[in-house]
Design a protein around this ligand. Structure first.
Ligand code: AMP
Length: 227
């Protein structure tokens, strides 16, 4: 097959189409996000935790408590701890939302979603997690979860997002990472003491709810401020 005629005429056409697709994805995402009830929380955690793992039960409890506190619960809509948080939220009669991602290996959204939206690009989806929520809860996880954690910390540190609490759940799981941040980046001046205060680390889901509800109440207009 030869190069399509439109591309021969304008070599930038392919890129333009790609950028249009990305813009459409942002528009569609913003549309959905605008209709999400507030307050809302984005909950992250491992896609790989099996249903019989204790952290799955913990994540389900987290989803349940946020729903009982009146929060819509947003996750990546996948399996593992995402599923657990959605499941807990739905069981408590709350609004359960999944921002799924198209991956090379086929994957269905979990079965505990009231609203499901599928993104093609990770970076569009990441924006929506922030836009849709009044805070982040980070459960134990791997690269994906760490990416979401550090994305939020960077936005907060640089004042791109204001009054946006981040709760790390699982003291034992996260303490090694926090110790390293204190021992190296903090000691060497690569993060400031104030940066270290952005995160609340706890084992208590009720404390995570408190921290995020307090942040929500502090915001004058009640919505996430993104600059
Ligand atoms: P990980 O901690 O590496 O298991 O990645 C989990 C986090 O990254 C979740 O909070 C998701 O937002 C995203 N993610 C990674 N894998 C998936 C997946 N299979 N389905 C949906 N989201 C995923």
């Amino acid at each position: 097959m030869g190069v399509p005629e439109a591309l021969q005429a304008d070599p930038d056409e392919g890129e333009r189409l790609h950028v249009d697709q990305i813009a459409d994805e942002f528009f569609d995402g913003f549309d959905v996000v605008a209709d999400i009830a507030r307050p809302a929380v984005s909950i992250f955690g491992s896609a790989r935790a099996p249903r019989d793992h204790p952290v799955y039960a913990h994540a389900r409890e987290v989803g349940r408590l946020f729903a009982q506190a009146g929060f819509a619960v947003v996750t990546g809509g996948g399996p593992g701890l995402m599923e657990a948080a959605n499941r807990g939220a739905q069981e408590a009669g709350g609004v359960s939302i999944g921002f799924n991602i198209e991956l090379p290996h086929e994957q269905a959204p979990n079965e505990f979603l009231d609203l499901s939206l599928t993104f093609r690009h990770f970076y569009v989806r990441k924006t929506m997690f922030v836009k849709a929520a009044d805070g982040f809860v980070i459960l134990p996880g791997g690269f994906g979860t760490l990416d979401e954690l550090f994305e939020s910390l960077t936005l907060i540190q640089t004042d791109k997002v204001i009054d946006f609490p981040v709760a790390l759940l699982g003291v034992e799981y996260w303490s090694g990472l926090l110790a390293w941040l204190r021992d190296r980046p903090l000691v060497e001046g690569m993060v400031s003491p104030a940066d270290m205060e952005i995160m609340t680390i706890t084992d208590d889901p009720a404390e995570a709810v408190r921290v995020i509800a307090d942040g929500y109440r502090r915001r004058p207009e009640g919505h996430t401020v993104c600059r």
